[in-house]
Design a protein around this ligand. Structure first.
Ligand code: Q46
Ligand code: ZN
Ligand code: ZN
Length: 334
């Protein structure tokens, strides 16, 4: 193995972007520097911010919280929030919470928790059962494509994280999205020619919509592979069990293709995402109608949205109706 570029220690990694060999110590400080650079360049965090970190127990968010703690220690207010989405197979949700709790105790960062079953009277296990019952029913999109558990789960998590941040006066919500996922998502939106979603990509949300707290992604320029290595060398405990409801999504296949391209064209993801931010995003954002950029409050829940009724309230209503219909059907069968 090569020697570290900055000392005589053996290198433990070749940085994917530039193949620079680094030892464990210099790799860890190199990642800190790159995260700091992203934070400063995009003005993600300022000294008067109160930051809420969305913690899931997975490698990305556990790494994010650790790095933010390293960079800021107690200089800014940081708290974490875990959303219990109610996935019981493999004890997934409970184990995730325990892992998140351990890290917060170690770093002495307050951990908050929201249980979506308490909030909604149903959870992702319920959605899964409904999906099985509703095969071919309304629950599916036109064309028979199943709107899987993850899309509901993601929507609920985003909603409750934002709501908690609004109610508790956080100024930023930090998530652990990494470069590999962001490049994949950007490519997926490009394939769908979804200009609106593309215009919203980036290390921070661009618009100031009332009731929608600014979201920041400090790991935006860190490859997933680097996060895996960082978590390993920094000894960050994270849940490695995969959620039972995770499926081979179309984006999973795009990700595999992006990783292949990266193999023979080093830096593709990094430069694609970076140049998109600098060159295309400002132009794209200008093409989004003023109506879609306007500040709105959901007429049902009062949270910030780009539409009259937010996606959460619409989805919640639809699922409640489905649960009721299925309960009635089961009662008739009984
Ligand atoms: S918990 Fe929820 Fe993930 Fe399970 S249902 Fe999908 S999104 S895979 S991070
Ligand atoms: Zn070194
Ligand atoms: Zn709403």
């Amino acid at each position: 193995m090569k020697k570290c570029k900055f000392c005589s220690q053996p290198a433990v990694i070749l940085i994917p972007l530039n193949q620079m060999p680094l030892c464990k110590m210099h790799f860890i400080s190199y990642i800190h520097d790159r995260v700091k650079k992203t934070i400063n360049q995009y003005n993600l965090i300022t000294s008067d911010d109160k930051v809420l970190v969305a913690l899931s127990g997975g490698k990305d968010s556990q790494t994010l919280l650790t790095i933010l703690h390293e960079i800021y220690n107690k200089d800014i207010q940081i708290e974490a929030l875990y959303i219990n989405v109610g996935v019981t197979p493999k004890n997934y949700s409970n184990d995730s919470y325990e892992v998140a709790k351990d890290l917060c105790e170690k770093l002495e960062i307050p951990l908050n928790m929201i249980d979506i079953k308490t909030e909604l009277e149903f959870d992702i296990d319920t959605v899964h059962k409904l999906g099985l019952l509703q095969k071919g029913g309304k629950h599916r999109k036109k064309g028979g494509r199943f709107r899987g558990e993850c899309s509901y789960c993601g929507l609920f998590k985003r909603y409750f994280i934002n709501k908690f941040a609004v109610l508790n006066k956080f100024t930023k919500v930090a998530t652990g999205h990494n470069l590999t996922d962001e490049a994949t998502q950007l490519m997926g939106n490009f394939f769908n020619v979804d200009m609106e979603l593309m215009s919203r990509a980036g290390p921070t949300t661009m618009t100031e919509v009332q009731g929608l707290i600014t979201r920041i992604k400090p790991l935006y320029f860190i490859y997933e592979q680097e996060i895996v290595m960082y978590a390993y060398y920094a000894k960050i405990h994270h849940l490695s069990t995969e959620c039972e409801y995770a499926t081979d999504s179309p984006s999973g296949n795009i990700k595999k293709s992006m990783l292949k391209i990266e193999e023979f064209r080093r830096g593709t993801m990094f430069y694609m995402v970076k140049k998109f931010q600098e060159r295309l995003k400002p132009t794209l954002f200008g093409t989004i109608s003023e109506e879609k950029k306007a500040e709105k409050k959901c007429i049902i829940c009062g949270m910030g949205t780009y539409m009259e009724t937010c996606a959460f309230c619409r989805t919640k209503k639809r699922l409640q109706e489905l649960i009721l219909t299925n309960t009635k059907l089961r009662n008739v069968d009984d």
